[in-house]
Design a protein around this ligand. Structure first.
Ligand code: 4AD
Ligand code: MG
Length: 458
């Protein structure tokens, strides 16, 4: 079906003025009066609709009634002309109805609540809000790939089915083809008969595979889906989310923090440069002042704050926190909010967390109490990046695993990287969907994903 994207029509309008064009799309709104009808058509290629003018004495109007129904899909021909009100419009000579749309089409109104739209994920992509979300989602992916490509990283595809729980948080979904059978008395026997001959699950992080790849390729990144059976029913948690995980050799905690900050600023700027209309839309309708916020983030240094100092600031804040602030305890959402939204009012790297609340692979600091790990916290969302220098010392790594009762024998390949030419290396994980929330002002992670998966909802 030869036709022109509406986006191209607007971008290269000069080339098309006063010429015959064919466009396709869905009817957003329609207005009918005696001799003339107006249709706003949207084809999904850009936020803008193209206005169609139907002068009834010039067009075969046999199918006009159907064509004026909201949601109907059309292929139309006509002359592309300048219009004082809309910039451009099409004076129609021919209308073909591709698919009719009955009046019970759920998107009749111009505005619906996000909660309602969540009940029709298969149709909400036809709403302006989601057109904007998915345009930015696309651009953000491209910007991320561009950043790493330009900086010499290799894009690695890590396995999604894995045997190791990287974060050790017991949040892995199981992968099995084996029906439950009562003849087994031990878990191991049951798994031995399963597809892989052992317990398997969906990855919670590509980090361990990423580390092994980096220890030969130098610097790599992964960008794929990650699965966590977290029961946290919050606006920031999805059971299936997209995860960006670079891993860099010959790199310490300070180097990786510099990289993370540079990366975040680059992708924000690149999205703003490439999606100006969408960002304007979010600034106007979703988060007032969004553009100023993003420009300020790009222009200023992020805060680097020692965990121990964070605890001091929180203790001195005079705030009535629900969870007590104590050295050794993890920071809660309310604490993160206070630091980023009240105290600093900008992104904060909290560095050197107590080792007991963090993962086994993090480099142990000489103080014996903390690890060279950092979370990047941002106002409005909280943690968007989890980051660390990795423990490069074979013995210390084993010791940390044993302390956590991990099955060391299952990690022999990973441990080999520390045996054969170990190097200082570091990496981080960016929650892609949370980053998208930050750039767009969207408040719920469910509204950044096409078909969000959350606890109790598939
Ligand atoms: O802090 P996390 O658990 O770190 C890791 O997984 C490391 N292995 C990363 C690495 O160093 N390669 O997760 C990283 C980020 C979080 O900061 C958060 O943005 C996001 O992943 N994240 C989630 N996003 C949406 N829904 C969830 N349930 C998430 N859990 C983590
Ligand atoms: Mg984390």
């Amino acid at each position: 079906m030869k036709h022109i994207d509406v986006k191209v029509l607007f971008e290269k309008a000069e080339d098309f003025v006063n010429k015959n064009v064919t466009v396709c799309g869905w009817v957003r709104t329609a207005r009918d009066s005696k001799g003339i009808s107006f249709i706003e058509l949207n084809d999904g290629t850009c936020l803008k609709n193209i206005q169609l003018i139907v002068e009834k004495d010039k067009v075969n109007t046999d199918n006009l009634k159907e064509a004026l129904m909201v949601g109907t899909s059309l292929c139309v021909k006509g002359v592309f002309i300048p219009s004082p009100k809309n910039g451009y419009e099409i004076n129609i000579t021919d209308i073909t109805v591709l698919g009719t749309c009955p009046p019970e089409y759920p998107l009749q109104k111009k505005r619906h609540t996000l909660e309602y739209l969540r009940t029709i994920p298969h149709l909400r992509v036809r709403a302006r809000y989601f057109e904007a979300v998915f345009a930015v989602r696309h651009q953000l992916s491209i910007s991320i790939h561009n950043y790493f490509h330009k900086n010499g990283y290799k894009y690695i595809h890590a396995p999604i089915i894995t045997g190791s729980d990287c974060e050790g948080a017991g949040e892995m979904f199981r992968v099995t083809t084996h029906p439950w059978a009562t003849e087994y008395t031990k878990e191991d026997e049951y798994y031995a008969d399963d597809f892989f001959g052992k317990k398997a699950g969906l990855t919670v992080s590509a980090q361990l595979e990423g580390e092994m790849a980096a220890m030969g390729l130098g610097k790599i990144y992964t960008f794929g889906p990650t699965f966590r059976a977290e029961h946290s029913n919050t606006t920031r948690h999805a059971a299936e989310f997209w995860h960006v995980e670079p891993e860099v050799c010959f790199c310490d905690i300070n180097d990786i923090i510099e990289i993370a900050e540079d990366f975040i600023k680059y992708i924000i700027k690149d999205v703003m440069d490439n999606c100006p209309e969408e960002i304007d839309f979010f600034d106007a309708w979703v988060e007032k002042g969004l553009k100023d916020k993003l420009n300020t983030v790009i222009a200023n240094d992020f805060v680097k704050l020692d965990y121990t100092d964070a605890v001091e600031i929180l203790k001195a804040s005079g705030q009535d926190f629900k969870y007590a602030v104590e050295w050794g305890a993890d920071l809660q959402t309310e604490h993160e909010k206070y630091l980023t939204e009240e105290h600093f009012k900008k992104p904060v790297f909290v560095v050197n967390y107590p080792k007991d609340i963090k993962s086994f692979y993090m480099k142990q600091n000489p103080d014996g109490k903390t690890v060279a790990a950092t979370d990047l916290l941002v106002p409005g969302i909280g943690e968007i990046i989890g980051c660390s220098e990795r423990e490069a010392d074979y013995d210390k790594l084993i010791e940390a695993m044993e302390k956590r009762n991990m099955p060391v024998e299952m990690y022999q390949e990973y441990l080999d990287t520390r045996k054969y030419g170990s190097v200082p290396h570091a990496g981080f994980g960016l929650g892609f969907d949370r980053m998208l929330m930050y750039i767009t002002g969207v408040q719920n992670i469910r509204d950044t994903l096409l078909f969000p998966r959350t606890v109790g909802s598939l």
